[in-house]
Structure formats: structure tokens, C-alpha cells
Design a protein. Sequence first.
Length: 635
Amino acid sequence: MKREWTLFVFAVLASGCSYLSQGIIADEDRYAQIASNDIFNDRIEKIVYLDQNWDRYDSVWFYNTTQGSNLLPYQIFLHLEQAKSQELLRSPENMQRLRFLTQKKSHANPDGLPIGFVKNRYQGNDYVGLTCAACHTGQINYHGTGIRIDGGPSLADVESFLLELEFALTESVNDADKFNRLLTNVISIKNDLEKEAFRLTLQGIAEDQHRYNEASAPIHNGKPIHYGYGRLDAFGRIYNQVLSHLTPGKQNANPANAPVSYPFLWDTPQHDYVQWNGVGENHLNEKGGFLGPLARNVGEAMGVFATFDLDKKKGDKGYRSSVNVPNLVKIEGQLKSLQSPLWPEAFLPKIDRSLAEIGKHVYEQYRCSTCHGADGAFDRADPNRRVIAQFSKMGTVGTDPVMAVNAMEQIGFSGLFQGQKMPNGKDLFKEKTSVLPALMVAGKGVVIEPDHDQFIVVRWVQRSFNFLTAFFDNPIKHTDRHVDFEIDNRMPEGLAAYKARPLNGIWATAPYLHNGSVPNLYELFLPHCADGEKMIMAQQCRSNRFAVGSREFDPMRVGFSNQDVTKYKELFVFDTSLHGNSNAGHEYTSGKTAVIRQDASGHPIRNLEGKVEMEWLPKITDSDRWALVEYLKTL
């Protein structure tokens, strides 16, 4: 009881009443804005929310709570025009085109910014920044109804947004009319000295954005391979943010060319490992270590333009930053209550329960439960639910390896960390380092350094609260990494794998596979075929090219509709022949990906040479394929 009271007191002192910042009353529609002229004709008449155990106050708070991101001075963002027009960059029409979810004005969002764009105050200045809701709030449209999904993957094209931001800034520096309009809106006094100071400030911001875009460009063999809608190489960009801060003023980056789909967030706090390759430890290590989800969330905030300095100041324990650690603690706590969405028969066609029952047997027949769990899910409402991640080695599952390889192998100059201890406490950083341990040290340093914008008493109370919450409020104290049904805690070798998640809510998370290379669930159970192979074999195959960008839902195949790119030219064409875009692998139902033979205890069976025995399952029939898709709707 004493510990609970201690935590309560710290919580009150450190966080206050979170929801008061969002206003006493929130609209039932959670301030969702309906697009009037959608570029892909995704016309809707209303927006609805599903029962995910969040009320309207929970959603609005999640959308509008800063994590300390400083993308751009706030007033500049509010009034910045697009490069080739006088329309604002942040206009609802433009943000809808980029597939951010637009919102009406509210108490917590007085300027009507899209979901996940928030105001952050740091060292007396206001900035616009991003929070996790920007990429992890989804919407599907069906027959005039937009269905918002909290924690679902967004279709946001962040790469294009950041490029357009650079072009808009550059044009506002070079075009006199644009510059004067922006100047007039941003500052009130405009003598020549102030005007020139503003020009230099704007030019510096534009140059910084250019350097960022150039350093994290998705280049492979000298050519860009754009992400398109609904994908981002978040890890590559986080890595580059750390590297650039280790060597200020010097080039120190790797191509961010391993885009993945935005993961869905429900059950994330209940997982022992997070991220597609499980690089994020959600548990505390034996030394009290890396503070589990707190450090993981700090790394994410650093990647989305938090201000931080890896040159430790005299007397500091860690690294000063704008990262709002108390808010990250609250956001993680908020996600614990989020539940996966159930298929909404009030808005989508009813599930064929008889066919779904057949699909349940197909699910077991093809051993999906060995990786994704019995019945593909668990009690989504159980507050004590836990997810022990099951990983498959890259060579076993056969899906595109680029993301996992980059996470393990990307290196850079150690810069400010050279000569310091690495996370293992033994080795020292050399001239060059793998980026992952540098990120771990940087993230931990940001966590342990209190907020210098606060009074000294408040900052140390907050720091104590952060540590207490990270330790006592995280039930996952230790876990092992389960790779191909064996324990493999080696680092970084254990990262050469991808995670299989429970499948509750999977129907709402298209496109599929970690890199978004399969457009719908039906095609996930088809084989991968090269273009020529498809014609020769005259068989159904996964699409090698398909359009991404429309929110219109296909409830039969379970994914987004494949719209006509000749009619809607701004649709993104996903080409699976390109680097990082392979749609091969996970072809168990097609007889092309082998499964591991297991004994009665679930352990791999080995032959006399000690090698794991593999077997191929029979090719699925089309009727069973449809049944399996129908069953997955029920999870």
C-alpha cells in the first residue's frame, strides 16, 4: 500500500489533470473533419468510431498531446504556403492529399491541425511537432462512411510531406511575394533589420530541412525508391538523427531505404518485444537497464524532430533535450487501455459465420497458431494480457530482408561517443559504430536528464516519477527472445528475424507483410510470382504492382481497393521488384515456404546432423483461402 501511495503522490505532482488541457467537453465526433473534394474520390458523408475502450476524451488527448517534437517554428508552419501556389501547406485539402487525417478546430487544437500535429513549447518558443497519432491513427471508408481506427496504421506519406516542406521553405526565401506574405503574418514589427533577421532565420530552417531530406533520402544504387502512402523507414531516420547529432556539422548518415508499414498500436505495451524485428525491448533487463518502453518511446521522439544535444554539459547526468518524458509516460499508459477493433457489421457486410468456422480449421491446418497464437488472438479486454513474441529468421520466413539487415548493419562515426562505454558496460565506442548501441546510449541519456525548462524541484520530481513509473508500472521484468521456436538472446544476431503478432484487428491494418507489399488478406495466401512466371504458370499470384492511397475498403479481400491509376494519377504505384519492396515469403499456404517440424512440446525436430527438419504444407484450395480470410475478420 505504501508503494501505491508514493506512486500516486508522484503522479499528481508530475502530471496533473491531463484531460483538462483538452477542454472540459469534447465533441462526440472527436473533431473529425470530412474532406469535401478528395483527390481519389473517397467521398464520405460521416465518420464513425469503433469501440476500442477509448472514449472521445481519450482519443482527443492522444491526438493533441506533445512528446517534445520541434519540427518548425509554429507561426511559420501556420502561414507557410505551398511552393507553387498561395494555398497553405497545412490546408485541409493538401493534408488530405498527403493522407493525414484532418481535424476541426477545438480547445486543444485551436488552429485545426491534422491528427498528430501539435504545438510544443520549448525554451520560450512555440514549435509545431509530430506525435505518434500522426502515423498510428487509421481510417477506412466504405459506402460513404469513414471508420476511424485509433492505433491503426495511417496512410500518411511523410516522405512527400517533408520534401514539400523543404520546397515551400525554399520558395518562401527566394520568392519576394511569398516572403513578404509570410513575414507579414509571422512578425508584427518589420524594420529592415528585423526583416533581414527573419530572412536569415527562414533560410537556415530551409537549409536544415534540405540537409535532413538529403541525408535520409531512400536511395539505392544512386536512385530514389520512394515510400509512398502508409510507409516510412522510421528506424533509418531515427538512426540518422542520432548520427547527425554525434558529429554536428559533418555528414554522418545512411540511406533510409527500408520502409515498413506503420505498425498498429493496440497491445503494444503488453508485448515483450516491439518493432517488426523486435529491436525494441519492452522489458527491463537484469541491471534495471534500458527502462523498457520509456527509452523506446524516447527514441521515437528523437526521430521525429525533438531537439537534443549529445554533447553532455558539465554537471549533467545525461543529454539535454526537448523530449517530454512525462508525456511519453502518459501516452504509454494510455495505450495500455486501447483494444483492437472488432469487425463492425453495422458499417461493413456481415461475416459469414459458417464460412468463418471452416476458416478456423484451415487456420489450424496451416499451423498459423504456432506463430500467431491459438485462435489468432486473445482476450483483448484482459488487463493482464501478455504477448510473448514469436520470431522467424529471415531465411525461414523468406520476406524482404532489407529492414532487418539495415537495423543490424548500419554504421556511422561515433563522434562525441568515441571512447565512451557501450551499452554492455565493457567495450568502448571506436571511431565507427553500429548505430543501434549509439541509439541506446543516446536514448537512455535523454531519459535520465531532467527537463531544464522546469524549476529545479519540479524537474527532479518529474525525473523520479519517470523512473518509478518505468519500473513499477511495467509488468514485463524479463523475457527471452523466441526465434524459430528456440531461445536466441544473442545481439545483434537475434535481430535477423521478423516478429509474428497476434492477429486481433488484423482486418483493419492493410497492406500486409512488414513492408506493405501485399495489398489484401486474400493475396497474402497466394504465392509470390515473378511477372514472367505468372504468365507461364497461368496461376493466381500476389500483385507485383498495385495502387496505394485510396481509403476505400474492399471487405471481400480485406484491404484497400485497387483504384485506377490512369484516372487518379496521384495514386502511388507500389512496385514489388524494387529494393526493399519484395512481396515474397510467408507463402505457407502455397507450398513455397517450408514450416519447421516440431515435437509435442513445440520444439524444433533436428535430424542426425543437428539440422532443423523442414516440411512443406499442401497448396491451399481457393475455397479454403476464402474461408481463411473470412475467419480472420472475426479476430
